[in-house]
Design a protein around this ligand. Structure first.
Ligand code: SF4
Length: 309
């Protein structure tokens, strides 16, 4: 899961007047079910972290009565409270007769740090491909349905929409479209490339739609929202702002200690390879990494990055 960035951006255009947002989402989900079944007899693949958005998405799928299954990618750096919550909710889904899969990362964040010898940065996230977007046979050729919303970040406002045809499983160079446009639906239905197709029924939902729906539906949500966390996902994700990351590391200090240990280890490895180290200790490097300034440096002006990549 990714994080909410500054909200000082142009709000996405409000959907033109349609029905109630949940009715519209259910209509959209039902409309594409035949296509989902043609792609995969198990129906839609609901990609979920069991955070608030994916809880709402799953509920809409169940209300729509369409065939679907759930996939959750284990990152190894999610908050323990979310991990326990997701495990319990998946058991509830299985008790309801629904299919669930937990997909383990192919390499842990710590293995990747040893390999890359540099931490993931907002400008260069090498971890998502291994922890979040790691595709296994369980995904099959299903249409993916995600709880992504344009209101979550500037990047998502620009790059995500209700219908997506993602080139090579990533959103880069893909096609994004509104669902209400007939031509968009035609392109989505008739695209026979191997690209990943995604249906995002919550793309235009602001936060209050999510919480209103969740309350009205009586959906249980992870306890961390009651502590004031607005978005849940990888602890210390470089997409989040410094203040939010500091709060996370204060809340889960063992993970901070683990990051500092791995920075120390990478410094030693770099020394053994005769490479330049800007930082004398893991603590120093960690402090730099937490700062927003570090995250905003364009890749091609960072000397260490140039050296490494
Ligand atoms: S830490 Fe952030 S960038 Fe890395 S896998 Fe998690 S969500 Fe993706």
């Amino acid at each position: 899961m990714e994080y909410q960035l500054e909200l000082s951006f142009q709000r996405p255009e409000q959907p033109t007047l349609r029905g109630q947002p949940d009715d519209e989402a259910i209509r959209m989900i039902r409309e594409f079910e035949p296509l989902a079944l043609r792609n995969d007899p198990r129906g839609y693949c609901v990609y979920t972290s069991e955070g608030k958005d994916s809880r709402v998405l799953g509920h809409l799928m169940r209300r729509a009565g369409v065939r679907h299954f759930y996939i959750h990618n284990i990152t190894g750096i999610d908050p323990p409270e979310l991990v326990y919550f997701q495990r319990r909710i998946f058991q509830e889904y299985r008790d309801m007769g629904l299919t669930t899969y937990d997909i383990m990362y192919d390499k842990s964040m710590w293995q990747l740090m040893i390999e890359k010898k540099f931490p993931p940065l907002r400008q260069m996230r090498w971890c998502c491909a291994h922890l979040k977007e790691y595709r296994t046979a369980e995904y099959g050729s299903a249409i993916l349905s995600l709880g992504v919303r344009k209101y979550e970040s500037v990047r998502r406002a620009k790059s995500r929409d209700e219908l997506e045809i993602a080139a090579h499983g990533r959103n880069n160079n893909g096609i994004i479209m509104r669902c209400e446009n007939h031509e968009s639906r035609r392109i989505f239905e008739n695209c026979y490339t191997k690209s990943e197709k995604r249906l995002n029924p919550l793309a235009y939902w602001p936060d209050n739609y999510i919480w209103d729906y969740s309350h009205e539906a009586g959906l249980e949500q992870c306890c961390l929202y009651q502590e004031g966390f607005q978005r849940l996902g990888c602890i210390g994700c470089p997409l989040a702002k410094e203040a939010a990351r500091r709060l996370e590391f204060e809340r889960w200090p063992k993970l901070q200690a683990q990051w500092i240990r791995i920075f120390d280890k990478v410094i030693r490895l770099r020394e053994q390879e005769g490479r330049v180290n800007e930082y004398a200790s893991g603590q120093e490097w960690f402090e730099w990494w937490l700062g927003d300034r570090a995250q905003e440096i364009p890749i091609d002006t960072d000397q260490m990055m140039l050296e490494d990549y």
